[in-house]
Design a protein. Sequence first.
Length: 164
Amino acid sequence: MSSIKGRAWTFGDNVDTDQIIPAEYLVTMDRATLAKHAFAKVRPDFAERVAAGDVVVAGRNFGCGSSREHAPRALQGAGVSCVVAKSFARIFFRNAINIGLPVVEADIEVSEGDEVSVDLKSGTLVNESSGKKLEFRGYPPFVMMLVDKGGLIPYTKEMLGCTE
């Protein structure tokens, strides 16, 4: 899954985990259920309109707030294939990698609805709609492997030989 292509959903700076998934919906860890309420209070149409493969593109400090894993799970459940932001809250970044949701720290000009392609291995981000291209530090092999395997838990189960 090193190559990603999808439609951009744009957000500004300081998008916190309560905006991504409001606290009243934190009664489950089920991605599909959480996805129904992603950005419910700030973009009420997001859950209905987002499509598998879409990319969230944001400003600085994306995922700030609480350390809940629900936020990246909600995005993943909604079909978001990658989050690109100028910067991330550290815990959101780590939680996303742990569940296999690619996140890229980069600053590229993107408008809502633009087609965006991301190559995690080579470190290339392209706004296909405008032709603008940006290079970022590609994923190291271990992180790429975690994302490819669906996150830390599936990787660990495989390493331990767990069948369940």
